[in-house]
Design a protein around this ligand. Structure first.
Ligand SMILES: Nc1nc2c(c(=O)[nH]1)N[C@H]1C(S)=C(S)[C@@H](COP(=O)(O)OP(=O)(O)OC[C@H]3O[C@@H](n4cnc5c(=O)[nH]c(N)nc54)[C@H](O)[C@@H]3O)O[C@H]1N2
Ligand SMILES: Nc1nc2c(c(=O)[nH]1)N[C@H]1C(S)=C(S)[C@@H](COP(=O)(O)OP(=O)(O)OC[C@H]3O[C@@H](n4cnc5c(=O)[nH]c(N)nc54)[C@H](O)[C@@H]3O)O[C@H]1N2
Ligand code: SF4
Ligand SMILES: [Mo]
Length: 756
């Protein structure tokens, strides 16, 4: 029998709403959901193939325990969790909190489980939460902390309403990241009144739609952006009213900008000066100008400085806090925190002495933290929703480090390369078999949230994360097995009371035993959860988050159409979230609200960041290595890659090898043609690649796609294992985010290599 239902795509941060037809526990048809309040029916080509995620040959169906000979044996959940709990307690009691690290905690669409998994850090007395954001966005978060007063002040961009859009180091046509990317790009392209500028060393699909394309030298963004800023100041294009009213310390920034040798910097970036001047003028003079960046500046040289210059561009021109500009936004799920490194209470890692940014430690250093010889090394790691052995910098180091651990546990839906290294593999229910949600709700002024309900029954042998972590906490003795009183109150509480009695009971429980506070998610799950309709227990922590959100953004939540007073608005919002099967609008802000988001006491933006101004004044170009003459962009977003979420290669309609794109001139020099095999060697490692001659890349630059390198059903790695080439120390000195877009390599035709 065919049924029709709604859900969302889990392949990128947009999480587009889907309308699906289901039959025999399978997806039969997948379309965009027109009723989704943010994506309105939009999808890209990747979503239609989600059956390859839901049912594939790598799906796990039983907890697995690794045996002495390296094979895996199926064990019961009780056996696995009993053993893991016992080992964790021993490691904590013998070696303390530094011995444990958590890696992952949510992919592109599954962040509800994070509320539960993060409790493990508390019970292990550890601070060390490593995740993928720590290899791309933490430099940006650090800058936000300084400019706006808190690393939780996260910026967003209103591309849809801008007259002038500047894309630097991002390819939204393929990677999305902005609402309904392809439609939005088409609208801008078609409208003669609107201008699109792309700054990218490749003629990307987005660049092809642009009015102006600056095909800069890879890694030269700091030169290009500071030259733009210097032109703006030189030509008096900055917004003095905005700077006087909302910012501090512009004079210090101005002084540095006025000393920038603009023409030299244009040469350094290899772009025509007159086009730079045209862009500076166009961007600064536009009524509504917006800037969108991504990995092209966040995973290349000068990562953190790039983030600073990018933000200065919209702040200095006053394109902030306006429709069609850049803005701050609210979060309902607290995906990031604030951990200012100047405060010693945020623990540094033992080996690198690295601090967390926004609560996150950088994946680049984890192997060293495990492999160093000190008593205080990391001995146990829990991996969830992530595949570090393939995706995090330096796969060899990860294999060595993870193989040396006293305990490695992997929670995943599939048998990944990381899972193969684990002592225990715990099979999770898929994102379509449980209640799930994304924390990437990054919109302003109108923000939405989509709590997804299960489409299919939980696959036999698997468990949803809330159950896995709650059982583990119980077995570790962190929480009691039952809360009979709270369960009773939850059961007896009539709907119209807005959970008043339950919340009072919950508060009393924590007041009696404050040690339970860090485990609120699991307590809500085990008590209130049991009383929620449609087995929505996993969503119980959303009650607390909805109440906090409604208190913080009271008027905006009401403007979005939710009723209630100071006491009831939050629980009404929670009920709307539970009931809204296509997602709901949770808040509707006014632009002036943004100034209340700023965390500095004076509600101003503190423009001068000494560390960054120093770096800017001492910018020195990197010399190209003779031995490694090509710059490899290691990790391009293409039509048929989607992080590590699809493992079955059958999902791809093209590019089965994940080819290396190379300019025809370079290909000729190396005697390479389409389909040839070549060896790609970095200072760190070597992989084999298949060549695709393509004049969209600059000469001297080659690209390989992200999202390959998996071993489907124990096959050889499919496509490039990019992170065999990358090295954890090739990274931004401050944030330690990797320079993946700038890996020096040499390339040789395989035949030639073999002849040698
Ligand atoms: N199809 C697809 N979409 C995805 C994903 C996926 O795996 N597949 N992954 C998602 C994730 S996790 C993320 S973080 C985003 C990333 O999204 P993006 O950052 O937009 O995608 P990338 O292709 O990694 O890199 C963006 C651009 O940076 C350019 N670039 C390289 N070097 C430089 C440089 O030195 N300067 C400048 N200015 N540009 C440079 C590249 O040519 C590329 O066009 O994509 C998301 N969307
Ligand atoms: N060289 C290079 N390396 C890169 C990049 C690059 O451009 N170049 N890009 C980087 C970027 S931006 C990112 S974001 C990372 C992404 O890399 P990772 O942090 O490894 O994350 P994903 O690829 O999203 O992996 C998702 C994992 O979650 C599993 N999963 C799916 N659903 C569930 C579920 O419901 N529960 C559980 N427990 N697991 C589930 C999937 O099977 C998969 O193993 O890769 C980074 N690595
Ligand atoms: S991959 Fe991203 S843009 Fe494409 S349908 Fe899924 S969520 Fe939407
Ligand atoms: Mo990412």
């Amino acid at each position: 029998m065919t049924t029709v239902d709604t859900t969302a795509c889990i392949l990128c941060s947009r999480n587009c709403g889907l309308s699906v037809e289901l039959e025999d526990n399978q997806f039969k048809k997948i379309k965009g959901d027109k009723n989704h309040p943010l994506t309105h029916g939009y999808i890209c080509q990747k979503a239609a193939r989600l059956e390859h995620y839901q049912n594939n040959g790598d799906r796990l169906t039983s907890p697995l325990q690794r045996q002495a000979d390296g094979t895996f044996k199926e064990v019961s959940w009780d056996k696995a969790l009993d053993d893991i709990a016992q080992r964790l307690v021993e490691i904590r009691d013998q070696h303390g909190g530094n011995a444990f690290a958590f890696a992952g905690g949510g992919g592109q669409g599954n962040h509800l489980g994070g509320a539960y998994s993060q409790q493990l850090l508390a019970v292990m007395k550890s601070f060390f939460s490593y995740n993928a954001l720590g290899q791309e966005k933490t430099g940006d978060f650090w800058i936000n902390g300084r400019l706006f007063g808190s690393q939780t002040c996260h910026t967003t961009e209103d591309v849809e309403h801008a007259d002038y859009v500047l894309f630097i180091g991002t390819n939204p046509f393929q990677a999305h990241g902005i609402p309904n990317a392809r439609d939005t790009l088409k609208h801008i392209k078609k409208d003669p009144e609107r201008t699109m500028v792309v700054v990218d060393p490749r003629v990307t699909e987005t660049a092809k739609m642009a009015d102006i394309h600056l095909q800069l030298r890879p890694g030269s963004d700091s030169w290009l952006m500071s030259a733009l800023l210097a032109i703006i100041v030189r030509d008096n294009l900055h917004d003095r009213n905005f700077l006087a009213k909302h910012c501090r310390d512009f004079d210090q920034v101005e002084q540095v900008l006025r000393n920038i040798p603009i023409a030299d910097y244009a040469v350094q970036a290899d772009v025509p000066l007159e086009v730079l001047e045209q862009v500076a003028d166009g961007y600064a003079s536009a009524k509504r100008a917006c800037l969108r960046i991504d990995l092209g500046i966040q995973q290349t040289l000068n990562t953190t400085l790039n983030g600073y210059l990018e933000k200065l561009l919209y702040l200095v021109t006053g394109n902030f806090g306006i429709k069609g500009g850049n803005n701050l936004h609210s979060f309902i799920i607290p995906v990031i925190g604030h951990t200012d490194e100047r405060n010693p209470k945020y623990r540094r890692t033992v080996h690198h002495g690295m601090f967390p940014i926004a609560g996150i430690y950088p994946p680049n250093i984890l192997p060293d933290e495990i492999l160093h010889e000190g008593e205080d090394r990391v001995r146990a790691v829990f991996v969830d929703s992530s595949n570090p052995a393939v995706t995090w910098t330096n796969s060899d180091a990860y294999e060595r480090a993870f193989s040396s651990l006293e305990l490695l546990v992997v929670v995943d839906v599939a048998m990944t390369e990381t899972a193969r290294l684990a002592h225990y593999v715990l099979p999770a229910a898929s994102q379509f078999e449980k209640w799930e949600a994304t924390g990437f709700n990054l919109e302003f002024p109108v923000n939405g949230f989509h709590l997804r309900h299960p489409l299919f029954p939980v696959k036999e042998g698997t468990l949803p994360e809330p159950e896995i972590y709650t059982r583990l906490l119980e077995k570790m003795g962190a929480i009691p097995d039952r809360f009979p009183k709270l369960e009773r109150i939850a059961r007896l509480e009539p709907e119209f009371t807005h959970y008043g009695a339950y919340l009072a009971g919950f508060a009393a429980t924590i007041a009696r035993n404050p040690k339970l506070a860090p485990f609120a998610a699991s307590i809500l799950y085990r008590t209130l959860g049991k009383a929620l309709p449609n087995d929505a227990a996993a969503a119980a922590p959303m009650l607390a988050l909805s109440i906090i959100y409604a208190q913080k953004h009271y008027k905006a939540v009401k403007r979005a159409g939710h009723a209630g007073n100071r006491l009831t608005l939050g629980s009404n919002l929670f009920k709307a979230i539970l009931a809204g099967r296509s997602g709901v609008i949770i808040s509707e802000h006014q632009f002036r609200d943004l100034w209340d988001f700023i965390a500095h006491k004076d509600r101003r933006i503190h423009l001068a960041i000494p560390e960054m101004l120093n770096e800017l004044t001492s910018l020195t170009p990197r010399t190209r290595s003779e031995d490694y003459p090509f710059v490899l962009m290691a990790g391009e977003r293409r039509s048929y890659n989607a992080n590590q979420i699809y493992r079955d290669p059958a999902w791809r309609k093209m590019d089965p090898h994940g080819s290396m794109r190379m300019h025809p001139q370079d290909a000729e020099t190396l005697a390479l043609t389409d389909g040839d095999r070549a060896q790609c060697r970095s200072e760190h490692g070597t992989i084999e690649v298949v060549i695709e001659v393509d004049d969209s890349v600059r000469t001297g630059m080659v690209t390989l796609p992200h999202g390959y390198g998996m071993r489907y059903q124990d096959s050889a790695p499919i496509g490039p294992e990019l992170n065999r080439l990358t090295d954890g120390h090739h990274c931004d000195p401050l944030s330690k985010t990797p320079y993946h877009k700038h890996v020096p390599v040499q390339i040789e035709k395989i035949a030639a290599v073999e002849a040698v």
